[in-house]
Design a protein around this ligand. Structure first.
Ligand SMILES: CC(C)(COP(=O)(O)OP(=O)(O)OC[C@H]1O[C@@H](n2cnc3c(N)ncnc32)[C@H](O)[C@@H]1OP(=O)(O)O)[C@@H](O)C(=O)NCCC(=O)NCCS
Length: 144
């Protein structure tokens, strides 16, 4: 990416590109198409893509939850990925900046995310460098 990336809401036509990016993150969900169709075009915008050199090089998906304990909305960054050839050029930072901008506009109480400690981005302190603070938290899961 030689030009600064532009972050814009994802559109229906971005589905195959977004699917490819999620594969780079290690996800290959059978229900992807239906899931994407449910959230694309939703307000507030749930899926954002970064475009650089006329192609989509990154995606970030958000979800919004009303948290009683916070007395407001919590925004979660559910997926974030920049294609390997475009990494290290602040595209990821731009996407995270968009999440913060959405939070400010909405008056949200918090932006949160889960990541794996084994990911390279965690080792490189990507989130800390972008203003996030690691908290003491346990993640538990149930899957049918
Ligand atoms: C994490 C990720 C989204 C960051 O996106 P990005 O566009 O590379 O991020 P940035 O360019 O804003 O910042 C990356 C940092 O790594 C450095 N970097 C340099 N070359 C790099 C490269 N080839 N690959 C990755 N990072 C590189 C950047 O300089 C920057 O560090 P700095 O702020 O100390 O200079 C992206 O690397 C990615 O998709 N990784 C794989 C998936 C992943 O881990 N996702 C997050 C977990 S859910």
């Amino acid at each position: 990416v030689t030009v600064p990336a532009v972050v814009r809401p994802a559109e229906a036509a971005d589905a195959p590109l977004v699917r490819g990016l999620l594969q780079e993150l290690g996800y290959e969900a059978r229900g992807f198409d239906a899931s994407f169709a449910r959230v694309v075009g939703a307000a507030p915008t749930r899926v954002w893509v970064a475009e650089g050199d006329g192609r989509v090089v990154g995606v970030m998906s958000l979800s919004f939850t009303e948290r009683l304990a916070l007395g407001g909305t919590m925004i979660s960054i559910d997926e974030l990925v920049v294609t390997a050839s475009a990494r290290g050029r602040r595209v990821g930072a731009e996407l995270v900046e968009k999440a913060k901008e959405v939070a400010r506009e909405l008056g949200a109480a918090r932006v949160e995310l889960h990541t794996r400690r084994s990911r390279e981005s965690y080792a490189r302190d990507f989130y800390v460098k972008n203003g996030f603070v690691e908290v003491d938290s346990a993640l538990l899961r149930w899957e049918p």
